[in-house]
Design a protein around this ligand. Sequence first.
Ligand code: LLP
Length: 429
Amino acid sequence: YDNLGVNDQGHLTVGGLDTVALAEEFGAPLYVLDEDQVRANCRTYRQAMAEWMPGGSLPLFAGKALCFKGLYPVLEEEGMGADVVSPGEIYTALAGGFPAEKLYFHGNNKTDEDIAYALDCGVGCFIVDNHQELERLEQAAGARSHRQRVLLRVTPGIDPHTLQAINTGRIDCQFGVPIETGQAAQFVADALSRPHLQVEGFHSHIGSQIFEAAPFCDAVDILLDFAHAMRQAHGFVARTLNLGGGFGVRYRESDPTVDIPGNIRALADHLRRGCETKGYPMPRVLLEPGRSIVANAGLTLYRVGGVKTIAGYRSYVTVNGGMTDNPRYALYQAPYTVLPASRMGETRDFLCTVAGRCCESGDLIQEKVSLPQPARDDLLAVLTTGAYNFTMASNYNRLCRPALVMVRGGKARLAVRRQTFADLVACDL
Ligand code: LLP
């Protein structure tokens, strides 16, 4: 984590700012996002894709990982496209000034209202998930005398050996149309017959937290065979291949390091060789990284409430947040690194479980954490929380969602304010 440090007072710093001072100014729990790190992560993808892949290749930031207005100007300045999965994400991106043209609209059940909204907003490309969506999109685009750019989502049936719950590339799943069963070929024939759809190519997503290029290369092999067969059958040439999201991130020091530029180069080389072998024109490539753009740019600050030692068992350190702001341990037993942000210089010889404040025994942030013997009001930092924390937060137990602060060039600014009790009842009639 090159954006983290420790200052003279033994406080953890992020982007050069004292986390204790941040918590004093903005309160805790607090999401902190290092904008410089987000920008650096965008550039890693942009530069590697520009260098190794054909013109027009582009990373699309997956908004499911993190989505609020103030992020979108940053993404735009960094030349990213964006993957959106709901009208709410479209609305947020547009409210942040992001061009509709660079939005790629996902979703396995886009309602008629979603389709109409996205068309009326001028969303650049739909990633069509299924036959019913094709039909409805054709009608809605036709009613507007519009020809909509689309990619067709197919499932290559790759198991990248990631968590079952976040594995979306297998054949047996609710996303896309499987190649192996022959259904994807019908899907393409159907799409090509629609006058108001302009089919640009294919999309596949094989999973999340993938550390190497190999599973993507396997997907490319299957997609190229399929594209080749579709060319023979229909004379259709895919100009775009969207390979889905994104490379994995390190949540703990024991996790493997990820060479994103190296992986992108390996993937590009593999694709180029495959295209040469088949005499297929090299398509432009889209990737949809979410986690690897924002995860390591974020951390969450919590205030310690106290310590409870269950004699003969273990010690719980309670914090003033929990599964409401970070449900990932409760859902996936996701690993995290927890640091004593206000006492970084001290020996960490107290083994404990960090628990949240919800009325639910599963509300843990992490187990087997080593801290200095904690005291009430200590500040803890949970690292690598930039992805799938803010976006997966809830108001369970009527807890207010934390504020989000963006840090850039040694300055902090509030990007999302903390919820108030009034927000909690805002929709209640
Ligand atoms: N594109 C598609 C079609 C996806 O389904 C996903 C993630 C992405 C892109 C972004 O993948 P990434 O680069 O972030 O790995 N809530 C889970 C993660 C679910 C991911 C689902 N799809 C978690 O907290 O780990």
